[in-house]
Design a protein around this ligand. Structure first.
Ligand code: URA
Ligand code: SF4
Length: 237
């Protein structure tokens, strides 16, 4: 069966072990054209986990998430929300860069639902390891990964979602924590549910803000992102 599951360590693993194992992942075709896997950064016991879409061009080259322009904007938004970036765990729904070649340039290409689904075991396992109180999904791709259903960011942002709002395809569906002893795939082949089911805040992706040309609109969008991050930080405190 396609997907990352068979590359995951067999027993419950910490983030370092997951990140090491992910270098070998062939769970979908995206590894082939990317430079390297981009796993995560930040404290492994952070109360707040932020999930982006996929690494971009800079991240692909450096091997670290959110080190390019979107990452700088996210840093600014976290600062404005009173959340030191060093205190949050940053990761992505998809761990390899998907792009289209245009001459020498590599243009970001949104991952398909199949890529999100293939990569989900990594996200499920790292959230299980970090056990945050709140997961922030940045944009629709991350929202789909976390909640297991299509999301509409504009309609669902600005509040703390319970996992009752997640569907069965979510690694966090059901809400109730399991007994913490499971490891590997469950009987139905889905990734194991995190021991600790977090709450979720959905907000815009910082990259979307970079594309807003109008200054006033961009400021308003930044302020809304900051509000959502502050809400998430409060819920995680
Ligand atoms: N955008 C993302 O979603 N993730 C990154 O790591 C960088 C840009
Ligand atoms: Fe594996 Fe995810 Fe990379 Fe696909 S994108 S090869 S599932 S790590």
């Amino acid at each position: 069966r396609p997907g990352a599951q068979e590359w995951l360590p067999r027993d419950a693993a910490d983030v370092d072990a997951l990140a090491r194992a992910a270098h070998a992942c062939r769970g979908c075709e995206l590894w082939a054209d990317a430079t390297q896997v981009v796993f995560s950064r930040g404290p492994q016991d952070a109360p707040l986990v932020l999930v982006g879409e996929q690494p971009g061009d800079h991240e692909d080259r450096e091997g670290e998430p959110f080190v390019g322009p979107a990452g700088r904007l996210l840093d600014d938004a976290l600062d404005a929300a009173g959340l030191p970036a060093e205190g949050v765990y940053l990761t992505n729904a998809v761990k390899h860069f998907r792009f289209e070649k245009r001459g020498a340039r590599r243009l970001h290409k949104t991952p398909d639902v199949a890529h999100v689904r293939a990569c989900l075991p990594w996200l499920a396992a790292e959230v299980a390891a970090v056990a945050p109180r709140v997961v922030v999904a940045l944009g629709a791709t991350a929202g789909r990964a976390v909640l297991g259903r299509p999301v509409r960011v504009t309609a669902e942002r600005g509040r703390v979602l319970d996992l009752d709002d997640a569907e069965a395809a979510s690694p966090f569906a059901g809400g109730a924590p399991d007994d913490g002893t499971s490891s590997g795939a469950s009987d139905d082949g889905r990734p194991p549910r995190p021991v600790h089911a977090p709450r979720v805040v959905l907000t815009t992706h910082p990259s979307a803000l970079l594309r807003v040309r109008d200054r006033g609109e961009r400021d308003a969008a930044f302020a809304a992102l900051v509000d959502d991050l502050r809400l998430a930080g409060g819920a995680a405190a």
